[in-house]
Write a protein that binds this ligand. Structure first.
Ligand code: PRX
Length: 631
């Protein structure tokens, strides 16, 4: 294993080298992996197309690097430690050898079911070891996995399956989360009514619910796995072959299938995992994310396994059976590195210390957060009550599109600053630009966050829509990747993310497109038009605020609000439901018909005094109307 950066001085040197000689720098990292054929060329790129290629000509398989490579020295070490939703249910420890065997068997099942290199496979599963196994099985045979978060609705699932024309769906009879079960197969059946590309569906038994199995289409996971061969030669992949697609929300209603490639993603997730968390051999590492999101892909599955770590996977929720669950798991499993989201920290803080004090958290060495800005209050609580003023908190800024952590302190190595992601990782060249696209030099500046040089795990395209990829990320500012985030750089050159500057809302750490929610609400027969904005929410970070115009007079407001939210749950998923719905007679629009969200945001924030200039509105009186009926 390669050595981690161990001092601030070393970080500065490594950073400087990575900027002056990026190709040499990354080539040095690449040498630590198993390759079937060496690369010809480290990097070629052109952000105007955009086209980015790392380690061209190289041949490899990422699972050989996650699994086979570790068998000799770490075969008996736990690779995945799985903790069930129900505290009474036994945990499962899969050693590297066990995981290797299961992945090979599953990969053979996929091959037997006709899956070939390049085919897209959809995974709609609970947080059980079989999800990680299925992810790796796809990668082993060169199939492209598209994991859809198990909280999404049938409509969201079928849209994602159709967008990527997936051939096979792997799901479960159901999933446990807290005191609820999600009927995953039932939802999948509904989705499969409109997914012509799906030929087969493999179903894992988890909740033992009563489900329908369609002959010649649906097959049980356990029956398929039973006699499957545990020897599965890898598919040899090109460095730039796609590894997976993962959907994320955008500013239009249609989610974007972010596509990542093999070698660059592998090198960067391993490197960032080790250095940010300062992972050392033997550490027990737990990331509480779901594999349905990028954090789960990069820092539950790939990064930790590439580094030969023990990665904990938790099926349940932070508050089940009570708000002490996380802390209990930390004590029982002697967790050393703990990585979670600000929304979970805030929710648990609100429950009070009586859920924390009973547990011994002294195994903890490093804490992390991801997904949204962490407010100073939550930072201090996390630091004092969980870390006991003794564990560095790494505030990791990154995105589905970046594949890995981009800006973060390195635990105990580079300085932390509450609510600041701090400094870029080696190889990452952030810059701030103003609205005109001019780069803001020097410190104490605020602007839009861009990245001006490629890094190995940058997304390569939006599946099936390269034009949208270019427009979304590479057109706003010349020759730069635009993140969609606002950001400031303080007097010491440290970065603080201030939030999205586009129409994406981050709610409880989940990315939601306002347009997606609006079009779901518009499906309600009495809804004429909607506008969604965010408002500050003490636990979720942002709440969803909906302004709704109805066709007909509303008799029962509460009933209609519930119905509208039912549409959102059905079309998008329960996570996108509005926290507040305000019925209005009109929306503030410019003469060209564009909704002035700035005004709606102010009102949603409770700020009805300083609305700003409304003179460019088609009808400024609607603003007064909205203010009067604001909640
Ligand atoms: O706005 C930033 C916010 O989450 C967005 C990316 O969301 P997603 O693609 O779902 O990936 C989330 C997990 C990597 C970013 O554009 N974000 C993420 N991490 C942070 C953050 N905002 C502030 N601080 C962070 N540490």
């Amino acid at each position: 294993m390669q050595k981690n950066i161990k001092s601030f001085e070393k970080y500065k040197k490594e950073y400087e080298r990575s900027i002056k000689h990026p190709e040499d720098f990354w080539e040095g990292k690449a040498r630590n992996f198993s390759w079937r054929k060496r690369w010809r060329n480290v990097l070629s790129w052109d952000f105007t197309k955009p086209e980015i290629k790392w380690f061209e000509g190289g041949k490899l398989n990422i699972t050989e690097n996650c699994l086979d490579r570790h068998l000799e020295k770490k075969g008996n070490q736990t690779a995945i430690k799985w903790i069930a939703n129900d505290p009474q249910e036994k945990n499962i420890n899969l050693s590297y050898k066990d995981l290797y065997t299961q992945v090979c068997k599953c990969a053979n099942v996929l091959r037997k079911n006709g899956v070939k290199k390049g085919d897209r496979i959809c995974l709609y599963m609970p947080m059980v070891p079989e999800l990680a196994i299925a992810v790796l099985a796809c990668a082993r045979i060169g199939a492209v996995h598209s994991v859809v978060f198990a909280g999404f609705s049938a409509k969201s699932l079928s849209d994602r399956i159709n967008d990527a024309t997936c051939k096979l769906l792997i799901t479960a009879d159901g999933g446990f989360r807290g005191d609820k079960t999600t009927p995953l197969k039932e939802i999948s059946d509904e989705a499969m009514k409109s997914t012509p590309s799906i030929e087969r569906c493999i179903v894992l038994k988890r909740t033992k619910s009563n489900i329908n199995m369609q002959k010649n289409r649906d097959f049980w996971w356990h029956e398929q796995m039973e006699n499957s061969n545990s020897d599965c030669p890898i598919e040899i992949m090109d460095s730039e072959d796609p590894l997976f697609i993962l959907y994320t929300s955008g500013s239009t209603g249609k989610p974007k299938g972010i596509q990542h490639s093999t070698a660059g993603y592998m090198i960067y997730t391993e490197y960032s995992f080790r250095n940010v968390f300062q992972y050392e051999d033997g550490d027990i590492y737990w990331c509480t994310a779901d594999i349905g999101w990028i954090t789960g892909h990069s820092y539950i599955v790939y990064g930790p396994l590439l580094a030969g770590a023990t990665t904990v996977m938790f099926e349940g929720t932070p508050s089940y059976p009570d708000a002490g669950r996380f802390w209990k798991i930390i004590e029982e499993n002697q967790i050393n590195i703990f990585y979670t989201a600000p929304t979970a920290i805030r929710a648990l803080e609100a429950k009070g210390m009586e859920f924390v004090t009973p547990y011994d958290l002294s195994s903890l060495k490093v804490l992390g957060t991801v997904g949204e800005p962490i407010n100073e209050d939550a930072w201090h609580w996390y630091n004092k009550e969980i870390g006991k003023d003794n564990c560095p908190i790494v505030d990791t800024w990154w995105q589905t599109e970046t594949g890995g952590i981009m800006i973060s302190n390195l635990a105990n190595v580079t300085p932390a600053k509450p609510s600041f992601a701090t400094l870029p990782l080696p190889g990452i060249q952030p810059c701030l630009v103003n609205e005109k696209g001019n780069e803001l030099e020097g410190n104490s500046v605020e602007g839009r966050l861009c990245i001006k040089f490629p890094w190995p795990s940058i997304a390569r395209t939006i599946y099936g829509d390269h034009k949208r990829f270019k427009e979304t990320y590479f057109s706003a500012f010349h020759n730069k990747y635009f993140t969609g985030d606002g950001c400031l750089r303080d007097e010491n050159g440290m970065y603080r993310i201030t939030g999205r500057v586009d129409d994406v809302l981050i709610v409880s750490g989940h990315n939601l497109g306002t347009a997606e929610i609006e079009s779901a609400m518009d499906e309600h027969p009495n809804v004429c038009e909607t506008a969604i904005v965010g408002f500050p929410h003490p636990i979720k970070g942002n709440g969803v605020y909906a302004y709704v115009i109805c066709h007909n007079e509303v008799a029962n407001n509460d009933l209609l609000k519930k119905e509208i939210n039912d549409f959102v749950a059905k079309e998008v998923g329960p996570i996108a439901k509005a926290d507040k719905i305000q019925f209005v007679n009109g929306l503030p629009k410019t003469r060209s018909g564009k909704i002035m969200r700035r005004i709606l945001r102010k009102i949603a924030e409770g700020n009805t005094e300083n609305i700003g200039d409304t003179s460019t509105l088609l009808d400024p009186s609607v603003v007064e109307d909205i203010k009067r009926s604001a909640q």
